[in-house]
Design a protein around this ligand. Structure first.
Ligand SMILES: Nc1ncnc2c1ncn2[C@@H]1O[C@H](COP(=O)(O)OP(=O)(O)OP(=O)(O)O)[C@@H](O)[C@H]1O
Length: 256
């Protein structure tokens, strides 16, 4: 990659290997995420997708190779508020949790303003604006336990966005969300991405729907089996998925 290319890389993994004790999970992986990309990560269960994300989030360090975030090596990187993360949700896991939408979204500011500082008026305003943006103003002071799976997911997106990250990483965000809400959810992600010039990375098992919305796809199974445009993925997907899933996978495509 040339120098200009490197400067535009939000994430860059060079020859990265990772193993848990004696189990090799990622082997000599090259992966880059360029500014403005919306990348979908595809791979069978246990193929290393979450591990890849944890390496990018600095939760794990590579056994070999290097990770660069916004052009800086992982070991030096401190600007974690530039990265927003929406973790995998256990469907309706928030059931009895007593916090309100406002409180959960405000908790996304902790990394930026510190745990024990009080929220200022402009922080409250940011919370209200982002809640409005995800269409939940009417629920602002309701407990999250009373929300549907799709609404809850939007609360977690708002929490990740309130600190104004440049990179948003989503792990299986559509689990427990009904089909109609999934389409709306991707539509919302796309507009948020455009409005905020976000770079996004999403892991989803729902390959047929996800690949309709992203512009790049990376297929992970210990190695990166494919890393290219969603268009090229779509044209070669039978072959790519056959190679990764051994023929046990059928993809249902949705066209808009
Ligand atoms: N803390 C750990 N200690 C040991 N092995 C682990 C640990 N975490 C994950 N693994 C193993 O590493 C491999 C890759 O796991 P990873 O969670 O990255 O896969 P994944 O592609 O995200 O899977 P899924 O689609 O099921 O979420 C799996 O075989 C898993 O069992």
């Amino acid at each position: 990659m040339d120098q200009q290319g490197k400067q535009d890389a939000v994430v860059e993994l060079s020859s990265v290997s990772f193993q848990y004790e004696d189990k090799v999970v990622l082997d000599d992986v090259q992966f880059s995420l360029m500014k403005g990309d919306f990348v979908g990560i595809v791979g069978p269960n246990g193929s290393g997708k979450s591990t890849l994300m944890k390496l990018i989030l600095g939760l794990l360090s590579p056994t070999k190779g290097s990770v660069h975030l916004f052009g800086q090596p992982l070991s030096k990187f401190r600007e974690w508020s530039r990265i927003g993360y929406v973790a995998q949700q256990v469907a309706h896991g928030a059931g009895g949790f007593p916090a309100t939408v406002r409180e959960v979204v405000a908790s996304g500011l902790v990394g930026k303003i510190g745990l024990f500082r009080r929220l200022q008026a402009h922080h409250h305003k940011s919370v209200e604006e982002v809640v409005e943006r995800v269409g939940l103003t009417a629920k602002l002071d309701q407990r999250i336990g009373s929300l549907s799976g799709g609404q809850l997911q939007r609360v977690f997106i708002a929490r990740a966005l309130v600190a104004e990250p440049e990179l948003l990483i989503l792990d299986e965000p559509t689990v427990g969300v009904d089909q109609e809400s999934i389409e709306q959810f991707y539509g919302l992600l796309r507009s948020l991405k455009e409005e905020n010039s976000l770079t996004m990375m999403i892991v989803s098992h729902d390959v047929g729907v996800m690949t309709q919305w992203v512009n790049k796809v990376a297929c992970v199974q210990q190695k990166i089996h494919f890393h290219g445009t969603a268009h090229d993925f779509e044209h070669n997907q039978e072959q790519i998925l056959q190679q990764m899933y051994g023929g046990s996978m059928k993809v249902l495509s949705h066209h808009h």
